[in-house]
Design a protein around this ligand. Structure first.
Ligand SMILES: NC(=O)c1ccc[n+]([C@@H]2O[C@H](COP(=O)([O-])OP(=O)(O)OC[C@H]3O[C@@H](n4cnc5c(N)ncnc54)[C@H](OP(=O)(O)O)[C@@H]3O)[C@@H](O)[C@H]2O)c1
Length: 438
């Protein structure tokens, strides 16, 4: 069972959409979500896990993997509580959908389908992404790993990026020539998800004030979201030597500043939330990162993959809190953000300010959710914050000026992203290729 028409739509369903669910962190999010949902949520609730992949083969393989995982989890519980397996099995439903974030019409098509076939959405986890790297500068890699190994393995500076890469044209007509470029990494990592979040906002808003839950959009960022990587005049990173890092910095800025009064008009417009009622609540945007885990986001020959994993474990043993290494541990922050009570999240943000939620581990590999420092904003935009472990060696304490600059940058980013969204929606519409969404 996996397509919309076949999948039950339980009234007590908790609907989670995960993009790029077929590999790496996406799979880790899927399996961890099943584990935690079954053990923390009431027996009366069911999980509807909607996974997106770029083709049917990957979608089928993902559902197969998740079904196998669910069977194992149920068998484990059956050993301690005979008879429970059938009950647990019935509480999880899988569904697959197609999504190519580099095609804006694919984003619109999926949004339309979900609007037509899904009663609501509780959480959208924007996990899919690309690095846009062309290779590794081996001399720099070897030197930096040998001399500053922990920094080099946490904040690497030896990846080589494609510069000026653009997504394929969105409109395949004579208009094509006049179509402005869309940065490839920007589109896959930020803009495609940004459009998706806007289109799905009405489904995410379907929560009542009485529930301890608001629809959530969880963006997946990185420790590599460096301040220096981002240029407000090149928001798409088209001229950047580090477009991946630029896209992740933009993600941090957009998510954190989405909570500020100064961006409220843009965010309300984005979340189409002017028509609030007793039956709807404005969704919230959160930013997370998985620490560092071994996935194929940097394609490496097998032998180097093993060496990379060994180096990651070594980094953890020598004190790094960020080497989650496995994707299940890397998924702890996203899954926690997806399942936490709204009152818990609100209370934490009230106390510590809006911030970035990361996956970390201790020496023994016990995973935990860690607030993570963001350049210019600190852990929550507050002065005199308690300094936690795992800081970027170049990090500077947040100051009034840096926090103000961060806020102002956020306002400009929100204005520019909204401008781009509306411009692209109009362009697709005028070319007759748009899929109408509500
Ligand atoms: N691994 C880490 O240590 C690490 C650290 C920080 C942040 N992250 C973030 O974690 C997320 C997942 O990365 P990963 O490490 O799990 O990498 P991965 O194994 O390469 O997975 C990336 C996923 O994104 C999908 N994807 C790529 N381009 C897409 C597109 N145009 N449209 C739709 N889906 C697309 C891929 O699908 P295909 O299989 O079809 O390509 C795949 O499912 C990314 O946002 C990444 O930036 C990872």
């Amino acid at each position: 069972m996996s397509h919309a028409a076949d999948v039950p739509q339980p009234n007590n369903g908790f609907y989670v959409l995960v993009t790029g669910a077929n590999s790496g962190l996406g799979l880790g999010i899927g399996t961890r979500l099943i584990d935690e949902f079954l053990t923390t949520r009431p027996q009366t609730e069911a999980l509807v896990l909607i996974v997106t992949t770029r083709d049917q083969r990957k979608g089928d393989a993902t559902i197969h993997h998740l079904e196998q995982h669910l069977r194992k989890v149920c068998q484990k519980h059956e050993r301690t509580l005979p008879g429970i397996a059938t009950l647990l099995q019935q509480r999880v439903h899988f569904r697959q959908e197609r999504l190519d974030l580099l095609s804006l019409t694919s984003v619109q098509k999926l949004s339309k389908r979900l609007q037509d076939t899904t009663p609501k959405l509780d959480v959208v986890i924007c996990n899919a992404g690309i690095g846009g790297w062309t290779g590794i500068n081996w001399p720099v890699a070897i030197f930096s790993i040998l001399t500053t190994w922990r920094r080099a393995l946490t904040y690497p500076t030896f990846k080589l990026s494609g510069i000026g890469w653009t997504a394929k044209p969105q409109i395949l007509t004579s208009e094509e020539a006049s179509e402005p470029p869309l940065g490839e990494v920007f589109c896959a990592n930020v803009f495609g998800h940004y459009l998706l979040g806007h289109n799905l906002a009405p489904l995410l808003a379907r929560h009542t004030r009485s529930e301890d839950m608001r629809g959530r959009i969880i963006w997946v960022s990185s420790l590599e979201a460096y301040d220096f990587a981002f240029d407000l005049n090149d928001i798409q990173g088209l001229k950047s030597k580090v477009p991946y890092e630029s896209s992740k910095r933009l993600t941090d800025i957009m998510a954190i500043t989405s909570t500020l009064p100064s961006t409220a008009d843009q965010v309300d417009q984005y979340l189409a939330s002017s028509d609030q009622s007793e039956e709807t609540m404005k969704p919230k945007i959160y930013v997370s990162h998985p620490g560092i885990c071994g996935t194929s986001i940097i394609p490496l020959p097998l032998i180097l993959e093993y060496l990379m994993l060994a180096a990651f474990y070594l980094a953890r043993f020598l004190g790094s809190p960020w080497h989650s290494v496995t994707v299940e541990k890397g998924a702890v922050a996203m899954v926690w953000l997806a399942l936490a009570k709204q009152s818990t999240l609100d209370a934490m943000e009230e106390k510590e300010g809006a911030g970035k939620w990361g996956s970390g581990t201790d020496f023994w590999g016990q995973e935990r959710v860690e607030r993570t420092e963001v350049a210019g904003w600190g852990w929550g935009g507050r002065m005199g914050e308690y300094k936690r472990k795992g800081r970027n060696p170049y990090a500077q304490d947040v100051t009034k000026e840096s926090a103000e600059k961060f806020r102002k940058t956020g306002e400009k980013c929100w204005a520019e992203m909204e401008r781009l969204r509306v411009e692209w929606e109009d362009r697709l519409q005028a070319a007759g290729v748009a899929f109408e969404t509500d």
